[in-house]
Design a protein around this ligand. Sequence first.
Ligand code: G4P
Length: 288
Amino acid sequence: MTIQWFPGHMTRARREIEAKLKLIDVVIELLDARIPLSSRNPMIDEIVKSKPRLVLLNKTDLADGAVTQEWVDYFARQELQALPIDAATGTRVKEIPVRLKQMLAEKREKLIAKGVNPRAIRTLIVGIPNVGKSTLINRLAGRNIAATGDKPGVTKGQQWIKMGSELELLDTPGILWPKFEDQNVGYRLAATGAIKDDLLYTEDVAFFAMKHLIARYPAFLAARYDLKELPEGELEADQIVQIMEQIGRRRGCIQSGGSVNLEKASMLILRELRAGTIGRITMETPED
Ligand code: G4P
């Protein structure tokens, strides 16, 4: 579910997260491995402040593995631990409790040294809609519990999910808004399916995605759509459209009169991109 964020929504979402933050020791920031910066809330540092934070790069099954590693290194340079996961199948999800405990180990040892028996470490997942928060909560809980109301203000009773004896997770995630001010960010969010298609023109989103695919993943494109010759170097807009038309023709996106239906072709390209059918593709690198 995707919502449109207005200033009132953002204020309310922020207040809800800040209330939840008071209850927890460590934050889990969930990002989309295909667009780690574009799927990041612009005010996250300010909202989380000095709480320890574990970054999770989710949907790694759809992302380019080499670039995911570049992102892990990028976050390490900012002194943030980032763990690539796939919440849908559970890849590396078991490492999450281990990392969280490591992050708080020193603090807990100090308490124990003072004779205080520390309570379980409490954590909360925060992220923008569609990044996989409820999928991850369900996986960590080992059962289906998270039915997210992806709207700030739609709250239900909060409960703690026990993950072993030393760790507890809040069963309702913190829902944050993405960045909107940068047009490329909007296109990346739309290309990966994080925001609804109807906020932007499908053809524009597909054009943006194709430009990226031609530049970075030409072999995937050529293989998937049986394209013989992809021109080298930076392409003109009409060359990109021609390739989209070629794909449309190959795949039967034809309108009456016999010309290519570019909107249909665009939808097809985006559907296959989002499903990972074209290949494992990351839409932004740390260098971008
Ligand atoms: P949210 O709570 O943050 O809003 O996200 P949610 O868990 O609902 O996940 C959004 C979509 O992303 C779901 O697809 C979910 O299955 C998918 N997803 C979550 N984690 C992963 C992952 O690691 N890999 C892949 N490939 N997909 C993941 P959906 O139910 O099909 O939703 P939709 O496609 O109908 O929007």
